[in-house]
Design a protein around this ligand. Structure first.
Ligand SMILES: N[C@@H](CCC(=O)N[C@@H](CS)C(=O)NCC(=O)O)C(=O)O
Length: 210
């Protein structure tokens, strides 16, 4: 299978971690977001939303949206499980994942920042303040609600960890001081000890540029 990915894409980073945890091999196809390759006709034909990641299966089926891709992976490769089977526990893990994937990430995306500059005169300071604002709100929620015995919810990593770790990377990239969220950085340290996470970090990707 082929993963259309970009080293700094946090959504692609989620899928890299999930594939690694499941032990599923992939071939990477690099889509440079800074070069605007997500809008190139070939890629837009594959994913009309013009976002990464996309996963192309061996039969040519294309899956998009990181959480949908991970859901497909969970359905087709059930072990190790990324979500608990008990309904309330599962809802709690999904809620934490959605704090990142639905409430932080969509308003901090590249195209949102570009629109803030192009249509609302946002300068670099305003863009940074915007990024920090939404991350702080989400991190406050997660800090208060994640049990964090080792990983976000237990002694093995799951979907909440898969969403959280890339978002913490992005926060550092934007210069956000993470000391107000010690539970989150403790979870991060535990995750990054695992090869599945360490091998998925942006700087370890072949398309990483400085
Ligand atoms: N909800 C989507 C978000 C995908 C997304 O926004 N990807 C970003 C990179 S993290 C992207 O391709 N941005 C390109 C752009 O904004 O033009 C998912 O989870 O896959």
């Amino acid at each position: 299978m082929k993963l259309y990915t970009y080293w700094r894409s946090t959504a692609a980073y989620r899928v890299r971690i999930a594939l690694n945890l499941k032990g599923v091999a992939r071939q990477d196809v690099f889509v440079s977001l800074v070069a605007g390759e997500q809008g190139a006709p070939d890629y837009a034909a594959l994913n009309p939303q013009k976002l990464v990641p996309a996963l192309e299966l061996d039969d040519g089926t294309v899956l998009t949206q990181s959480l949908a891709i991970i859901d497909w992976l969970e359905a087709t490769q059930p072990t190790p499980a990324l979500l608990p089977s008990e309904a309330v526990a599962r809802a709690r893990v999904l809620a934490a994942a959605h704090v990142v994937a639905c409430d932080i990430h969509p308003v901090n995306n590249l195209r949102v920042l570009q629109a803030l500059s192009a249509h609302f005169n946002a300068d670099e300071g305003a863009r940074i303040a915007w990024m920090h604002h939404w991350m702080q709100l989400g991190f406050d929620t997660l800090e208060a609600t994640l049990p964090a015995p080792r990983f976000a919810f237990g002694t093995a990593p799951g979907l909440a960890d898969i969403c959280l770790i890339p978002q913490l990377y992005n926060a550092r990239r934007w210069g956000l001081d993470l000391t107000p969220w010690p539970n989150l950085t403790k979870i991060e340290a535990a995750c990054l000890d695992l090869p599945a996470f360490a091998e998925a970090v942006p700087e370890a990707q072949p398309d990483a540029t400085g």
